[in-house]
Design a protein around this ligand. Structure first.
Ligand code: NAP
Length: 510
């Protein structure tokens, strides 16, 4: 059901050592690689388990796939895409943008495809990481950076009888390219961000679409439109206009964080307004099933210009009775059996086991997954004590519900590169965040998270099973930029190799 993404790739031999090793060639990996090239760091490698770049935009190819963040905010500030054709670009256009970045910064020579990282072990004597791949190949590096995303491992719930279904059954992020919905009765399990994009497209061709909704979501209108030729001309040839437009959009989306404060007037207003909008659009008979009773923003607010509309169609049915089991012929609930030709599991991702299945082992044999068995504790969502020269991009508590993740990733990349620079300036070999800085950051993070609307009310992928918010950043992105603007030297501990038995690694030019 979930295919091996690297199945068709022939891994090539890895060198013995590199200065920076990056795991993942999605948005964050590409951003870091491009910045390293721009800053003159040449000795780096990116290991990517798939056969191409793009991460989530490579994986998700389902019909209707696109972004619910405006395209103007969805390119790097140092490689602005001024050629978007729509306000909300579709998946193929976004993927092409990231592929263009690979060309523009000549990154291909640095990337090894079809290589999954199995483990990373810190050698405290050599002050290096030893990386082992799934095929047993090894490579050492001075700095190890994970850029594996939060939404890369599809989650397929273990519904009774799932293996007995006698038809195509696949996850939304592993779309069967040959699947033809024409004339079929298709079950879609889930009604999250992916499902609201898939269902309207399937309903155009399928005989019938049955949506299995476990709990409702707030769904607002996505004001999408094609950019006309004048608009495209202005964006393409008047860089100032494109930058200005981007800034305005950024500020507008940034202001939305104010609506995410729990029990605030703004959140109440946001909820009331969302209810009013949904009532206007949803089929009257389904309003009670579709409109959540929890405040807006608890779960990701979905943007769609055709999901609620398509629920008016005769061939689309919303089923809210819990799934009992999957049978050979379809899905059964307590009161009925629904025969299906195919099932799409639009059931989200495993979001709380960060970096899994990579085993990261730091100083004194400390295993990161064991240390984080309750919840992750980091500094800025990037560094963690006991794991020197190690950085996570889009790690714990750095996801957003209100603005573009690309902004966060750029802040992180700059911060990591400043850490390397500080290490070199001090003539040291490694940096490590202190316990004090991590505890202070975590106290502050938890304090702000308490006030956020994700806390309480509804289960979501932002939280672990104990209710800790492990995925989301707690404040504005401007606040994050402020905190990552410079390396506070008292937050880091720097050290050098105790012996000189190892040949000096290639020096970094920062
Ligand atoms: P999701 O939002 O986590 O939705 C998963 C859905 O599956 C939910 O409706 C969930 O119900 C349901 N579900 C899970 N287990 C189930 C079970 N055992 N039985 C019945 N229903 C079950 O996942 P997603 O739609 O793939 O989106 C994940 C994230 O990816 C989004 O929040 C967003 O950040 C990102 N995304 C972004 C875009 C974009 O446009 N930028 C598009 C797609 C995805 P409950 O709600 O009751 O848990």
């Amino acid at each position: 059901m979930v295919h091996d993404k690297s199945a068709n790739v022939q891994p090539v031999d890895l060198p013995e050592h590199c200065t920076v090793l990056v795991g993942g060639a999605g948005i964050s990996g590409i951003c870091l690689a491009a910045q390293m090239v721009k800053q003159g760091i040449k000795d780096f490698l990116v290991l990517e388990q798939s056969s191409d770049v793009g991460g989530t935009w490579l994986d998700n190819t389902y019909p209707g796939c696109g972004c619910d963040v405006p395209s103007m905010l969805y390119s790097f500030s140092f490689a602005l895409n001024r050629g978007w054709t729509r306000k909300y670009a579709p998946q193929a256009e976004i993927l092409q943008y990231f592929k263009n970045c690979i060309e523009r910064f000549s990154l291909k020579q640095h990337i090894h495809f079809g290589v999954s990282i199995a483990s990373a072990h810190w050698d405290d004597l050599l002050k290096r990481w030893l990386i082992t791949t799934a095929t047993g190949a090894q490579i050492s590096c001075d700095y190890f950076v994970t850029a594996v995303g939060q939404l890369s491992r599809p989650s397929i719930p273990s519904i009774a009888g799932i293996e007995t279904f006698d038809g195509p059954l696949f996850h939304s992020a592993r779309w069967e390219p040959d699947f033809d919905p024409q004339g079929k009765t298709i079950g879609v399990v889930g009604n999250g961000a992916s499902a609201v994009q898939i269902v309207p497209e399937l309903s155009k061709k399928a005989n019938s679409v049955k949506i299995f909704q476990r709990s409702p979501n707030w769904i607002l209108h996505r004001h999408d439109h094609r950019y006309g030729s004048i608009w495209q001309f202005v964006n393409r040839y008047m860089p100032f206009a494109a930058r200005f437009q981007r800034l305005m959009m950024y500020l507008f989306f940034e202001a939305r964080i104010l609506c995410y404060n729990r029990r605030s007037i703004l959140n109440k207003g946001f909820t009331a307004w969302s209810r009013y909008r949904m009532k206007k659009k949803a089929p009257h008979a389904l309003a009670n099933d579709l409109i959540p009773s929890f405040p807006a923003g608890c779960k990701r607010v979905l943007l769609s210009n055709n999901y609620l509309e398509c629920l008016h169609h005769e061939n689309v049915e919303l089923i809210t009775e819990p799934i009992g089991q999957i049978t050979e012929a379809g899905i059964s609930t307590a009161s009925r059996e629904i025969p299906l030709d195919a099932i799409v599991m639009s059931t989200g991702f495993e979001t709380n086991r960060f970096l899994f299945p990579i085993e990261v082992v730091g100083k004194h044999g400390a295993c990161l997954s064991e240390r984080w068995s309750r919840r992750p504790k980091t500094y800025l969502g990037m560094l963690t004590p006991g794991f020197p020269n190690f950085c996570m991009l889009y790690g714990p508590n750095t996801n957003l519900g209100h603005n573009s993740i690309i902004f966060m990733v750029e802040c992180q990349v700059q911060y990591f590169l400043k850490c390397i620079k500080a290490t070199k300036q001090l003539d040291a070999d490694c940096f490590e965040v202190t316990d004090e800085a991590t505890n202070d950051f975590d106290d502050q993070l938890q304090h702000y998270l308490q006030k956020k609307v994700w806390n309480g009310y509804a289960a979501s992928w932002y939280k672990n099973k104990d209710g800790d918010i492990t995925n989301n950043w707690c404040r504005s992105t401007l606040a994050y930029m402020w905190q990552t603007r410079r390396v506070k030297k008292n937050a880091l501990r720097f050290s050098s190799r105790p012996c000189t038995t190892v040949a000096d690694p290639t020096p970094i030019v920062c």
